[in-house]
Design a protein around this ligand. Structure first.
Ligand SMILES: Cc1cc2nc3c(=O)[nH]c(=O)nc-3n(C[C@H](O)[C@H](O)[C@H](O)COP(=O)(O)OP(=O)(O)OC[C@H]3O[C@@H](n4cnc5c(N)ncnc54)[C@H](O)[C@@H]3O)c2cc1C
Length: 388
């Protein structure tokens, strides 16, 4: 099942798979049940070079290509979606700095994120600006060579525990999308406070919080790009991180197929294993087919995005493939996890078995980093502008 991988990528995949099965899987149910952020998983990923695996070596990262990064997320998500989000969210928080930071900003802000000393966060969404991120109300007002940031962000992954936060705020509200700018803010600096911490359906060990910015003063050397570049930076970031969410979704789907398949091979009804019924075999065949089709699209997307590199402006192809991979893999995750619950019957619906957790975890992959309706909008606009 490793078509398209180099020998090195296959070896890496096997190493992460073993680590995930031995060290992450035994914690997955407990992380979900307690909803507590799993600092031990952060430690594990730090110790094994996974926390900054996709960041460049020049700034302390693992230097892995995007597909290798996706393999890490996929293998961890196969046993625990919350834990895989630690790696994906760290990548998301670093990405605006990687795509738009000066060499000095990268050298200053990335090494502590790549090593896992700081967790990072990407703070775009607001109470009134979700899918329509251009509606950002958070303001950054210039005050000499500093800015004062005021506003509220919601649903921020790692909110309250991230020390490096990229915040999107408007420096020129009259310019709309073109008035948004991006700033690197310290999570523990004066004026940053944590509001509500969300109680969630899935990925329950991940901390999702409201963040308040109350007269937060940042020097202009913490602004990424020029004033007004923020929206473009956010979109270029998502082009490069959506494959990671696709990988998370794919891992959840694969994990659910593993669980469903193992169950039907031992569960007997009507005097035989469930796996001997053709209806069950057809379900397994459909699940496998959807997973493999999704995987191939993700691998292709990873290649397209990797070829474009960190700094390049997103091409239409990068944006389209990234959105298509996220759309396809997350829809597959939802279908396959729902089928896995069905394969387990009543056991699929109760918490002693992992299928229901996987189904709850799968749902978020259709929502964050742009809902799947938004992915369809992105893909269609992109097709139209390219004349496809
Ligand atoms: C667990 C979790 C973690 C998150 N992490 C982060 C994070 O780290 N950083 C961050 O900035 N944000 C984060 N988010 C926010 C997430 O990206 C948003 O929730 C998402 O983009 C949708 O925005 P919304 O919730 O405001 O929904 P809305 O935009 O209000 O959308 C509601 C519904 O309307 C649909 N819709 C909206 N516009 C259109 C349209 N034009 N056409 C068709 N349908 C449309 C949507 O698809 C959706 O189905 C997170 C969210 C969650 C739940």
């Amino acid at each position: 099942m490793s078509y398209g991988l180099t020998d090195e990528q296959r070896m890496f995949q096997n190493t992460v798979r073993r680590l995930a099965q031995e060290k992450v899987a035994p914690r997955a149910a407990e992380i979900d049940a307690t909803g507590e952020f799993p600092w031990d998983m952060v430690e594990l990923f730090r110790d094994n070079g996974l926390i900054g695996v996709g960041m460049p070596e020049s700034v302390g990262g693992g230097g892995a290509d995007l597909l290798t990064f996706c393999l890490a997320v996929e293998e961890v998500a196969r046993v625990c979606a919350t834990s895989s989000l630690i790696i994906a969210a760290q990548h998301l928080g670093a990405m605006p700095i990687l795509v738009a930071g000066t060499p000095e900003q990268k050298a200053r802000f990335i090494p502590v994120v790549a090593s896992g000393e700081h967790l990072s966060a990407f703070a775009l969404t607001e109470p009134e600006a979700g899918s329509d991120a251009g509606g950002t109300k958070t303001r950054a007002v210039r005050d000499g060579d500093h800015y004062r940031i005021n506003g509220t962000k919601v649903f921020i992954t790692n909110g309250g525990i991230a020390k490096t936060i990229v915040v999107f705020a408007s420096t020129a509200p009259e310019k709309g999308i073109r008035g948004i700018s991006a700033f690197v803010v310290d999570g523990d600096q004066s004026g940053v406070s944590v509001g509500r911490i969300e109680k969630k359906m899935g990925i329950r060990g991940s901390q999702t919080a409201m963040l308040n910015f109350d007269d937060v003063v940042v020097h202009q050397d913490r602004r990424l790009g020029e004033e007004g570049d923020g929206f473009k930076i956010a979109m270029r970031t998502l082009d490069r991180t959506r494959p990671g969410i696709a990988a998370q979704a794919l891992g959840i789907a694969q994990g659910a197929l593993d669980v469903g398949r193992a169950h039907v091979q031992t569960r007997k009804q009507f005097g035989q294993n469930l796996s001997e019924f053709e209806a069950i075999q057809f379900m397994l065949a459909d699940m496998q087919t959807q997973i493999e089709a999704s995987r191939q699209l993700l691998y292709k997307a990873a290649e397209v995005v990797e070829t474009a590199g960190f700094a390049a402006q997103s091409s239409q192809e990068v944006t389209r493939y990234s959105a298509m991979a996220k759309l396809m893999c997350s829809d597959t995750a939802m279908r396959v996890t729902t089928d896995a619950v069905q394969l387990l019957g009543g056991y699929g619906y109760v918490q002693d078995y992992p299928a229901e957790r996987m189904m709850r975890d799968a749902k978020i992959t259709q929502i964050y980093e742009g809902t799947n309706q938004v992915q369809r909008l992105v893909i269609f606009r992109n097709m139209s502008s390219e004349g496809i």
